[in-house]
Design a binder for this molecule. Structure first.
Ligand SMILES: C[S@@+](CC[C@H](N)C(=O)[O-])C[C@H]1O[C@@H](n2cnc3c(N)ncnc32)[C@H](O)[C@@H]1O
Length: 219
C-alpha cells in the first residue's frame, strides 16, 4: 500500500487509527497527570494527544513545526468543542514559550527524528516547570521493518494499519532508535531525574519520563 505524501492527511489518518489511538491512550496513562496540570505536546501533528490530554488536565497546548499540522489540529479541536486547548507553530529546540511554563511537556515520535536529540530534549526541559515532567515515546533499537512486519502478521494488521506501522519501522531505521541506556544518559546530561522507562509494543517502542530539577543545566 503506497504511503500518502500529504503528511497532514497521513498523520490525521494515523492518529485516527485504532492502533495508534491505543498507543497514545497508553502513553497518556503513563504520564499519570494531575487534573490541575498544564500540558504541552511538542510535534503534536494533527493534535490527537493534545485533545486527549485536554480531557485529563486543566489546559493542553500543542506545538508543531508545520503550520499545516497546526491548522488541522485547530480544526479538529474546534470540531470537538474543546475550550482548554491552544496550538502554536514552533520548532525544537527553541520553542515559542517562556521558560518554566508547563507542568508536563511531551513529545511522541518526535525526538527520534531530530538531528541533535539532546538539544531537542533540552528545548522540552527549558519550557517545563522545575519539578515538572518531560516525557517521550520513541522506537526502540528492536524496531526495524522485519520485526514490525512479523508483529503486524501476528496481530493480523491489514491495509492502512499495517502499511503505516511498517512505515514507522522504515522511518525508524533511518533515524535514532534509542535504547533505555541511551535515554537515561540523555536525560542525565540535561540533569533530569527520577527516570522511568517502559518497553511497549512488544519491545519495539519505549515510553520514557523524567523530572526537571530546580536549576537544571537546560536553563
Ligand atoms: C511522526 S509525527 C508525530 C506526530 C504525533 N506526535 C504523534 O505521535 O502522532 C512528527 C511530528 O513532529 C513534527 N516535528 C518534527 N520535528 C520537529 C521540530 N524540530 N520541532 C517541532 N515539531 C517537529 C512534525 O511536523 C510532525 O508533525
Amino acid at each position: 500500500m503506497p504511503i500518502d505524501t500529504d503528511f497532514v492527511s497521513y498523520f490525521t489518518q494515523v492518529q485516527a487509527s485504532a492502533g495508534w489511538d491505543r498507543i497514545l491512550a497508553s502513553f497518556a496513562r503513563f504520564l499519570v497527570l494531575d487534573r490541575s496540570a498544564c500540558v504541552l505536546d511538542v510535534g503534536c501533528g494533527p493534535g490527537s494527544l493534545v485533545r486527549r490530554l485536554a480531557h485529563e488536565a486543566a489546559f493542553a497546548q500543542g506545538c508543531d513545526a508545520d503550520h499545516c499540522m497546526i491548522e488541522q489540529a485547530q480544526c479538529l479541536a474546534q470540531a470537538e468543542g474543546l475550550i482548554n486547548v491552544e496550538y502554536r507553530v514552533g520548532v525544537l529546540p527553541k520553542l515559542p514559550y517562556d521558560a518554566d511554563t508547563f507542568d508536563v511537556v511531551t513529545a511522541t515520535n518526535v525526538i527520534f527524528l531530530q538531528h541533535d536529540p539532546v538539544a531537542a530534549l533540552r528545548g522540552l526541559a527549558h519550557v517545563c516547570k522545575p519539578n515538572g515532567m518531560v516525557a517521550m515515546l520513541n522506537p526502540s533499537p528492536q524496531m526495524n521493518v522485519a520485526a514490525a512486519t512479523a508483529l503486524a502478521d501476528q496481530q493480523g494488521l491489514i491495509d492502512f494499519n499495517r502499511a503505516s506501522f511498517i512505515n514507522w519501522a522504515n522511518v525508524a531505521e533511518q533515524n535514532h532508535r534509542f535504547s533505555a541506556e541511551r535515554i537515561t544518559q540523555m536525560f542525565e546530561t540535561i540533569e533530569l531525574s527520577d527516570i522511568v522507562i517502559e518497553s511497549k509494543i512488544s519491545g519495539l517502542a519505549l515510553f520514557a519520563k523524567a523530572r526537571k530539577r530546580d536549576g537544571g543545566k537546560e536553563r
